[in-house]
Design a protein around this ligand. Structure first.
Ligand code: 3PG
Length: 208
């Protein structure tokens, strides 16, 4: 499944930073049950790789990928753990080359028109726009739609249920990413029903 097909599966990709391995499976199950099957586990915690592997193995219906992939070493860890896709907050020539050699579907992060052009030259056509809220929000995406025709974006960073619709209404937005569907306090309390509810709300968001 390529990135465009993954993005078509749900309007929102939950961005998950797992602090306790025991949370990984119930968290993933709640999100999938709520209607969000495409899950990004950020490689920012000690057990992120294990959490990703556990979800890939044990949660039917989940399409789990690795986020915050910064270099080739993390890309390799992601692939070995069973990641179906990868996401980075930005992109370098070395990372792009490793991604292309690996064949893993990948969302490279961009923040400027020049970043987007560099990603396009490297063969990427769906890009993470990060950090979306502070880098220009829906206005930036609207402004680049004509000059960057052919590129689509997954804006992430500072987006919530109230602001997601303005992004999803844009034709060059494939889906949005965000951590709001799995709030830290709900995960800490094991409130999986609340997370399932937030996922259902997000899954019901309309796209253009
Ligand atoms: C990311 O890594 O994409 C961001 O941390 C997610 O941003 P958010 O927490 O503001 O949704």
């Amino acid at each position: 499944m390529d990135i465009a097909a993954l993005a078509a599966r749900a309007p929102v990709i939950p961005v998950l930073t797992v602090e306790r391995l025991a949370d990984a499976l119930p968290l993933a199950r709640a999100l999938v049950k709520g209607g969000l099957p495409v899950l990004e586990i950020t490689f920012r915690t000690g057990m992120a790789v294990e959490a990703l592997a556990a979800i890939a193995r044990e949660v039917p219906g989940a399409i789990v990928g690795a986020g915050t992939v910064l270099d080739e070493r993390q890309l390799r860890q992601a692939i070995d753990a069973g990641a179906r896709f990868g996401v980075s907050p930005g992109c370098t020539a070395a990372l792009a080359q490793a991604v292309k050699a690996s064949g893993l579907p990948f969302l490279p992060g961009v923040q400027t028109v020049s970043d987007a052009l560099a990603a396009r030259e490297r063969g990427f056509s769906v890009l993470k726009f990060f950090p979306a809220d502070t880098a220009g929000g829906p206005g930036w995406l609207k402004a680049v739609a004509a000059p960057l025709a052919g590129l689509r974006f997954c804006p992430t960073g500072g987006i919530g249920i109230e602001t997601a619709p303005a992004y999803l209404a844009l034709p060059n937005v494939a889906c949005v990413g965000g951590s709001w569907v799995a709030p830290r306090d709900a995960v800490a309390a094991g409130d999986w029903l609340r997370i399932e509810h937030l996922a259902s709300q997000a899954a019901a968001l309309k796209r253009s």
